[in-house]
Design a protein around this ligand. Sequence first.
Ligand SMILES: Nc1ncnc2c1ncn2[C@@H]1O[C@H](COP(=O)(O)OP(=O)(O)OP(=O)(O)O)[C@@H](O)[C@H]1O
Length: 320
Amino acid sequence: MTDTVGTTPAIRLTDVRKRFRTKEGDLEAVAGIDVQIGQGEIVAFLGPNGAGKTTTVDMVLGLTEPTSGTVRVLGTTPQRAVHAGRVSAVMQTGGLLRDLTVRETVTAIASLHGARHRVAEVMERTAITGLGSRKVSKCSGGEQQRLKFALALLPDPDLLILDEPTAGMDVNARREFWDTMREDADSGRTVVFATHYLEEAEQFAQRTILIAGGKIVADGTTARIQSMAVGRTVSAALPDVNGDLDATIAAIGELDGVTHVERNGPRVSAVTTDSDALAMVLLRDHGAHDLQISAPSLENAFVHLTSGATARPELQESLR
Ligand SMILES: Nc1ncnc2c1ncn2[C@@H]1O[C@H](COP(=O)(O)OP(=O)(O)OP(=O)(O)O)[C@@H](O)[C@H]1O
């Protein structure tokens, strides 16, 4: 890594948009992202399928150009930063030759980077030394990802980008991968990873950027995002006075703290950050009965938080 850990952001995206032309018409995969990531930060890019994570990562790596807006990486263009070996990536798919052994793969790529002296250290750090003589084709998905991680570390990059590095792995392989990652995390490099998993963000990132529908819907310390995600679900049966239950439900959706509301027959379910207040309103003003309050799973809460896919100013507050 270069020693100039300074004020230049590792990544700066300014009003970045990316539109794709599809058979169904234009699709805005990234719909205006403004974000700055400082050097040394470990940041999770968290979002559901199709949120725009990979498209954003591809633009940061210079693999695609934004339709509009600017992308700067370590103070320069993505292409220059990648060329200079200052940025490496572990992508979801591809990139390995199946007939080489693990050691041959690492050595070949090390030669390209003039980094043969780093082979032993990097293999040790990514826990693949014991797999050295195994053919890539015989490695499990988790082992192949660790190998890709090793290749990414060879140039000792300032910025490491991981695009859903644990996609398709079982729980054990995921844990092993992140244990390996953690070893590297204290080295001072900037790490940005895309993930579907709230718990991966929780365990490895100080900062989480929540993305949905091509927009940032929340950006803050992971602990803060997590506390916002953990709302409670209040559900109750409501009498349908004058047949205006839908209007009542719409009014509930407007209450402070309510992030999501849905109707299921005569029952209404709402996710809220203030379950006491909502329970009181339902009982006092709407004649609710059979009221239940439950803490939803993190996964559910996350889906609720991102399901509207609209930027919510209260989640964008300055959290850092
Ligand atoms: N080359 C392309 N042409 C057309 N549409 C595309 C292209 N690449 C991505 N998209 C669309 O853009 C949207 C965002 O996709 P993207 O892969 O960035 O999401 P993601 O958050 O990485 O999702 P996942 O978690 O499923 O990988 C999706 O609707 C996707 O179908």
